[in-house]
Design a protein around this ligand. Structure first.
Ligand code: KQY
Length: 365
């Protein structure tokens, strides 16, 4: 494996869309007792259900710490590859490499990771094990890797249409906890050079009360080039309403890298989800402080789905809108089976959902 410091765009590489063919998918077996309730018992069940579905149509690699290897191996299908790797938590979208392709081979990008805000407003300390995972994973896959550790970025904060457009949010990428020394223009240039993109589409804010500082993957996602779903509520008393309205206005007035006007589909949100006292009591404290308090609103969204080769796997919250979301996504992904994942609340308690715990590896020859 080579560590590269050239510019991927100049080397002919770009970030494909998630709906392009995959070689596989990376996840990390959950273990953090202050993120996942009851020693990650319920989260592991939800991860295992998700992994089984993904493994029906692509290779799955699960990273497990030394002390969790047996638990992962026992819970997962034989076809899933479990590899021992240190980690601080379990958000593969944010700590595994972002893969780019030249149409033949793939390479990884090793962005800097600072636990969603570093010492400014990060969610845990230390994060050095997570920060090393992207490079180790490229090593395991024998794929060359671009050293971008000087630039802080999580995979959950970008979406690509595979045709030159990157979607992101100002709240996250222009926030004080990522790259405060860089201007918006600097960041656009870095994203274009590294992801082989031509246009960055900026939403102002992400989902209400999202502790990642508004990752794009909870609020908006490409379903095909020129089409997106936008997390939506009709409840004008919900603080989310104004955010979704603002996103709609921006998207409807934007064109993508190919000059297309975007078609926006309003994807309903579930009723607001609040963590219960019982759920909080299953979480260990972090540095003597609780990580969540009863009644706290969690960032629940159906937009946090994963697109595998055969399926679109959507969080299921036991909400009246679960079915509506699956139906809408079924019509937008006619070549895939859209499945709701029961028990997604057990992932949500950690602070993210299906998209946040997965990272696709594009197909290569
Ligand atoms: O949503 C994500 N991409 C990660 C959320 C991390 C939350 C840590 N508690």
């Amino acid at each position: 494996m080579k560590i590269l410091d050239s510019k991927p765009a100049e080397d002919g590489f770009y970030m494909p869309a998630e709906y392009s063919p995959h070689y596989g998918c990376i996840l990390i077996w959950p273990h953090r007792r202050d993120s996942w309730q009851n020693g990650a018992y319920a989260a592991r069940k939800a991860f295992a259900r998700l992994i089984e579905i993904i493994s029906r149509s692509e290779k799955v690699i699960v990273c497990a710490r030394y002390e969790d290897y047996d638990s992962a191996r026992e819970a997962l299908p034989d076809s899933v590859r479990v590899i021992e790797m240190s980690s601080d938590d379990s958000w593969a979208r944010d700590v595994a490499p972002t893969f780019i392709t030249n149409g033949k081979d793939i390479r990884g990008i090793d962005w800097g990771f600072n636990a969603w805000g570093g010492l400014y407003d990060g969610l845990y300390f230390p994060w050095d094990k997570d920060n090393k995972m992207a490079r180790k994973l490229c090593d395991c896959l024998d794929k060359d890797v671009y050293d971008m550790r000087r630039f802080i970025l999580e995979g959950g904060s970008i979406h690509s249409d595979g045709e030159g457009t990157i979607l992101t949010t100002e709240e996250c990428l222009l926030g004080k906890g990522r790259n405060p020394e860089l201007s918006r223009e600097d960041i656009e240039r870095i994203l274009c050079d590294t992801l082989g993109a031509k246009k960055i589409l900026w939403l102002r804010r992400g989902l209400y009360h999202d502790e990642t500082n508004g990752h794009i993957d909870n609020i908006c996602a490409f379903t095909s080039p020129g089409e997106v779903v936008l997390s939506w509520t009709d409840d004008t008393s919900d603080p989310q309403y104004e955010i979704s309205e603002e996103c709609l206005r921006i998207l409807e007035n934007s064109t993508d890298a190919k000059g297309r006007k975007l078609k926006v589909h309003k994807l309903p949100l579930p009723e607001p989800v609040f963590i219960t006292e019982e759920e909080c009591s299953g979480l260990d404290n972090m540095d003597g402080e609780p990580t969540r308090t009863p009644g706290e609103r969690l960032a629940a969204s159906y937009a946090n789905f994963y697109i595998s080769n055969k399926h679109v796997i959507v969080p299921g919250f036991g909400d009246k809108n679960d079915e509506k979301a699956v139906c809408m996504l079924s019509s937008l992904f006619p070549d895939r089976i859209v499945l709701g994942l029961p028990g997604a609340r057990d992932i949500l308690i950690g602070g993210g959902n299906i998209h946040c715990i997965t990272q696709q590896i594009p197909e290569f020859r």
